[in-house]
Design a protein around this ligand. Structure first.
Ligand SMILES: [Zn+2]
Length: 455
């Protein structure tokens, strides 16, 4: 969509374009292998773990074979791969691919032309962003999995949904008129801007939600959280109950989940995926996260590269034929669980998704303190609207805080105390009060920004 032309159009035509654009996208995603794959995937829901492992092995062999024969880069890498031996064993000898490996060799990794591909840009919050190519059938499979999952929580395409994504769709006129959304009237998707959520605008978002009454919300949890927190604090309620909220793209922390469920009245269900095409980790009805083995091969490795319960996620994703990702270290941390879930899904259970590898603060005394732990610091601190902790050197952190009138010196004391509990006495902690904390260019909001070269 040409942004300049779009922005010069009247609102009704902008909505028309948004709808048309969605229509084209949905057609691409829901044709081809979509229907057949969706049926197969739903059938596989009842498979036991041995059957899942068997199918996963088949998918892995197919995928490695494809990459070897279709990509110059992998032809080289997989040249001596012993396809006739135990694939799971041999797989462990494939060198782990970093983001840099992939980015630098993209031209030789691609298996299809740009023209035939569906393009996807990865976020560039740290390092540079890259553009990967999907074959249409890859996308169709990905959407089949997502649709089946969302459907299990009641959402069908065409049900009203509030979408909070990183798309910039508003004009100055919209903002002046306090209209912070665009509407796809075919699929009943209202796209709320995540770039304009602030104290003076949030009431208009809530008013519109009360008018539109979507039962589902999808998108950045940090954006929904800002709205929820403001609504609760200012006694400006949602006048109905949502059914399900599907956060995407960001790691969701317990406090966010609690506030979201309190304000929106619906259940928050978590998912893990990524714009470069990571295999899926999906939350089930019993609240457990499952590694979806038919979407990829997962490993969790410690710092020495050995299998671990808690560590870095390394995967091969079966829906990345256009830009094969094989033993790819995405730089996210997860913790596995031994638990067996009785929801009927026999895929292995993940205890938690810890977020990006560099979502931590480092202290010489205490080591790495992860995002979840850091975000708990404000549990007993009143009046924090937003905060972000920036670490540029080992022995110091800068805490940016957007505060409300409730916030007092005691709250800073409490915040500092909680940080010292976690980081130890030797890290210098400076507070700086600001009017806003900007989002990343991707629209994502980060609580921790670690600029140390440790990650
Ligand atoms: Zn389950």
């Amino acid at each position: 969509m040409q942004e300049r032309i779009y922005k010069s159009l009247p609102n009704v035509l902008q909505n028309g374009l948004v709808t048309f654009f969605d229509y084209i996208q949905y057609k691409k995603r829901h044709s081809g292998v979509y229907g057949q794959f969706l049926a197969e995937y739903k059938n596989a829901k009842s498979l036991n773990i041995e059957e899942l492992i068997f199918l996963q092995k088949e998918c892995l062999i197919e995928f490695l074979n494809y990459a070897k024969h279709s990509s110059t880069y992998y032809k080289n890498l997989l040249n001596d791969f012993p396809f006739n031996q135990d694939v799971f064993q041999a797989y462990k000898t494939i060198p782990i691919q970093s983001k840099e490996d992939i980015r630098e060799n993209l031209g030789r990794i691609f298996t299809i032309s740009k023209k035939k591909a569906i393009l996807s840009k990865t976020g560039g919050t740290t390092g540079k962003s890259m553009e990967v190519r999907f074959r249409p059938d890859d996308m169709q499979k990905r959407f089949a999995i997502l649709d089946a999952w969302r459907e299990s929580f009641g959402y069908k395409l065409g049900d009203k949904v509030a979408w909070f994504s990183g798309k910039s769709l508003l004009t100055d006129k919209d903002v002046k008129a306090n209209k912070y959304w665009k509407y796809d009237f075919l699929y009943k998707i209202r796209y709320y801007s995540t770039f304009h959520i602030h104290d003076n605008s949030i009431r208009h978002y809530i008013d519109d939600l009360n008018n539109f009454k979507p039962l589902f919300a999808i998108g950045f949890p940090s954006s929904m959280y800002e709205i929820a927190k403001w609504g609760l604090k200012n006694n400006f309620p949602l006048k109905y109950k949502m059914e399900t909220l599907f956060p995407t793209a960001e790691t969701i922390i317990d406090e966010e989940r609690r506030v979201l469920e309190t304000f929106f009245g619906g259940r928050v269900v978590n998912q893990y995926a990524s714009s470069e095409g990571a295999p899926f980790i999906l939350e089930c009805k019993k609240g457990k996260l499952h590694l979806e083995m038919l979407s990829g091969f997962f490993e969790v490795l410690d710092e020495q590269g050995l299998p671990a319960q808690s560590g870095e996620l390394v995967f091969t994703s079966f829906s990345t034929h256009g830009t094969p990702l094989i033993r790819y270290a995405i730089k996210d941390r997860i913790v596995l669980s031994d638990e067996i879930c009785d929801c009927g899904n026999h895929n292995p259970v993940v205890k938690s998704i810890e977020g990006r590898v560099n979502d931590f603060i480092y202290s010489k005394e205490r080591g790495k303190i992860n995002l979840g732990n850091i975000s708990n610091c404000i549990k007993y601190v009143k009046g924090v609207i937003k905060f972000q902790i920036i670490q540029n050197q080992e022995d110091a952190v800068l805490v940016l805080v957007v505060k409300s009138s409730e916030y007092s010196l005691n709250d800073e004391k409490m915040f500092r105390h909680e940080l010292v509990q976690r980081l130890g006495e030797k890290v210098d902690i400076k507070f700086q009060y600001v009017s806003d904390i900007p989002r990343e260019s991707s629209g994502k909001y980060r609580i921790v920004k670690n600029n140390l070269k440790l990650a």
